[in-house]
Write a protein that binds this ligand. Structure first.
Ligand SMILES: [Zn+2]
Length: 215
């Protein structure tokens, strides 16, 4: 038997997680420590699974994710921290299959981390862009006060006013929404956000140019 299966025989994900401080409710639900979880989204027993961010696995996987260790290092840590009766000496050489499993898991973890970083970057960049859009609309509104009706009733300005509630809605999601809502915005409306922001910027320029022309 490999040390992985031996460790898992002694320890559930729940026992490991509790040992490292995770608060678990009696029904086996906890706040996921791997994303910003406000409402408990993680089910944890023999294995764990987060219904919000999608991570999951066994006790060893939990510890490897929590402490940034390889699966093998995580198994050793568990043996030591929980004083498990597992003989490590006999299993220092991993089978080819185990090595492959560890490699695959590492690649997968790095891939998820990379996507997550890109996603978080996009969120904070988009918040800035949308806030800029709102202040541009405000500037244009101020600028148009007292200007001739053909400027005020321009298609560009109408488009801006039309976009304003949508921008507020997106900002609400990005600043206060759940991870799932943000992710949906990223997956479904990324292009639309860019388009709206681009239109507002171009619209503002056209309005300014028009007013210069008519002045
Ligand atoms: Zn999670």
């Amino acid at each position: 038997m490999s040390i992985f299966s031996e460790v898992k025989e002694h320890l559930t994900a729940r026992q490991a997680a509790e040992g490292y401080g995770l608060q678990i409710k009696r029904n086996g639900i906890a706040c996921c420590p791997f994303h910003d979880d406000k409402h408990p989204s993680m089910k944890i027993d023999k294995n764990y699974h987060c219904f919000a961010c999608g991570v999951g696995g066994d006790a060893i996987d939990y510890v490897s994710r929590m402490f940034g260790l390889t699966q093998y290092e995580a198994a050793l840590k568990l043996i030591e921290d929980f004083a498990l009766p597992v003989d490590v000496r006999g299993s220092t050489s991993l089978s080819a299959q185990e090595k492959k499993r560890i490699r695959n898991e590492k690649t997968e973890r790095e891939r998820i981390l990379h996507i997550q970083k890109r996603f978080e970057k996009w969120c904070s960049r988009t918040i800035d862009t949308l806030k800029d859009c709102l202040s541009e609309i405000e500037n244009v509104s101020g600028f148009l006060t007292g200007k001739p009706p053909d400027l005020i009733f321009s298609e560009d300005y109408a488009q801006m006013l039309h976009a304003e509630p949508l921008i507020h809605y997106w900002l609400d999601i990005l600043c206060m929404g759940k991870v799932l809502e943000k992710r949906e915005l990223f997956l479904k409306d990324r292009k639309k956000v860019e388009e709206v922001a681009g239109n507002i910027c171009a619209g503002r320029q056209r309005i300014m140019e028009c007013s210069r022309g008519s002045a």
